[in-house]
Ligand binder design. Structure first.
Ligand code: PLP
Length: 473
């Protein structure tokens, strides 16, 4: 089915004077590490080109320049890991184990914690789910990764209350009511950016005999995660949200459960010894300890080194420069959004002790997917729209059928990016979109869209489509 929304105005939008007047001083970003792809030219639907304003860092952040350089330096040494005697092989093995130590140090791992490399946060939480020796308790505000991973075992989902204090009281009551092995909590919401008091939750869990795993997919790129100092037992994170490329994440934490759990992946590298008895019975296997117990098969060495290199670079700015940069931009965005009629921002807890640069909003009268399509097609601004893999929370905050728009900020974001978003939203609510859009199979797209989707020359179709996306993402 195709629904066409006609353009309400014929010309490209301009930056309104009141948005410009709103401008706070631009935060200094010069001491922050540089990203690959900054200023990428992107096509607009009117045939012109603008520098990309990437406000979708919470979904996936471009790699740091230092990460790209390190991976390029490593690739010539490509060789087998852990089992090769060749020189390049020893370089790769040392690099992988350096990466393990570096990632552990970045999150404040205790000396006896393990760092298991995984594909991403989802993988890390699923790995832990296979190791938990009892019931899991989580909140309904979680990303699906931290909601669904636990379904194979005993688990409970608590509806978060309207304040952080009340939510902690509910957690306490739930822990008192039934034995719990693990509390699984997000470090920062991927919908509102709100941060929970992790040290307090760790104390709460421990005082009831439970452990705490923090889904740090959104927290680690923005704030120092220190598992030893806060008492967190496990942390899960994704490299591609931490300014490294796709494909590597980590689970970091206490060794005992991981040392005895069924290996997450069975195969080479995870064993001490395999004896084939030859009488038709299965081979006798002596599994090795964590982390290798859960990392069978050839590891993603460039991915691990990329993640560790990003951790190294972030380590220098995560305490002050990066949060200060992001807070200034968040304040600028919040102030601007509050001034645009019909724009509503989503919050779970107004009393959250901190908030990272993740801002979700709705625009009265416009579906979220249309707002996102308009921002991309007419302004070269990338945001995320939908339900952000947090369906229960979005159903609560916006109603089941609706989604929201999410703008997320980080190292590469500038005040100009924020101002472009504010100007574009103001134009939308004041004048409507500049071109007609149609809803095709649940995706809003400009009715006439000549943008080239194949700048790499891969020979793929030349339409900007939502192929591969489902409406409920
Ligand atoms: N947890 C949170 C809070 C997230 O925001 C995300 C991704 O958006 C995930 C988990 C899953 O991360 P990944 O897709 O890298 O496994």
């Amino acid at each position: 089915m195709s629904v066409v929304l006609q353009a309400a105005r014929p010309t490209a939008p301009t930056v309104p004077a009141d948005v410009a007047a709103h401008a706070l001083p631009a935060p200094a970003a010069s001491c922050l590490p540089a990203l690959v792809g900054t200023g990428l030219p992107v096509p607009l639907v009117d045939g012109t080109t603008v520098a990309h304003a990437n406000l979708d860092l919470a979904a996936s952040a471009p790699a740091l320049r230092s990460v790209a350089d390190r991976v390029a330096a490593l690739l010539p040494y490509h060789a087998s890991v852990h089992r090769g005697a060749g020189y390049a092989s020893t370089v790769c093995t040392a690099a992988l184990e350096w990466a393990r130590t570096t990632v552990g140090r970045f999150v404040g791992a205790r000396s006896d914690d393990v760092v298991v490399f995984t594909r991403n946060t989802t993988d890390a939480l699923n790995l832990l789910a296979g190791a938990v020796p009892g019931a899991v308790l989580c909140l309904d505000v979680e990303h699906h990764a931290n909601l669904l991973a636990w379904r194979g075992g005993e688990h409970r989902v608590l509806r978060a209350a309207a304040t952080v204090d009340a939510t902690l009281a509910q957690l306490r009551a739930a822990l008192e009511a039934r034995p719990t092995a693990l509390v699984a909590i997000t470090g920062a919401s991927n919908v509102t950016g709100e941060v929970l008091p992790l040290a307090e939750i760790a104390d709460l869990a421990h005082s009831h005999g439970a452990r705490l795993v923090v889904d740090a997919a959104q927290l680690a790129p923005h704030r120092r995660v220190d598992i030893a100092a806060t008492g967190i037992d496990y942390v899960a994170l994704s490299g591609h949200k931490l300014y490294a490329p796709y494909g590597t994440g980590a689970l970091v934490g206490r060794r005992d459960w991981l040392d005895v759990a069924t290996p997450y992946l069975a195969g080479g590298g995870a064993v001490v010894r395999v004896d084939a008895v030859g009488d038709g019975s299965p081979a006798e296997v002596t599994w090795t300890a964590a982390p290798h117990r859960h990392e069978a098969g050839t590891p993603n060495v460039p991915g691990a080194v990329a993640l560790a290199t990003a951790c190294e670079a972030l380590d220098a700015v995560i305490d002050e420069a990066a949060p200060a940069h992001e807070r200034a931009l968040s304040e600028r965005l919040d102030a601007g959004l509050a001034d645009i009629p019909g724009v509503r921002t989503l919050r779970i807890w107004h009393d959250a002790p901190d908030r990272v640069g993740v801002h979700s909003l709705t625009v009265d009268g416009y579906p979220a997917a249309l707002v996102a399509a308009y921002l991309s097609a007419e302004h070269g601004i990338s945001v995320r729209d939908g339900k952000f893999c947090a369906h229960p929370l979005l159903a609560r905050l916006t109603g089941w059928a609706e989604g929201a728009v999410r703008a997320s900020l980080g190292l590469g974001t500038t005040a100009a990016d924020v101002d472009r978003l504010l100007a574009a939203l103001r134009t939308l609510v004041t004048d409507g979109p500049g071109v007609a859009y149609e809803c095709v199979d649940g995706r809003w797209l400009p009715t006439a869209d000549g943008r080239d989707t194949d700048p790499l020359g891969l020979g793929i179709g030349d339409e900007v489509t939502g192929a591969g996306r489902s409406c409920g993402h």
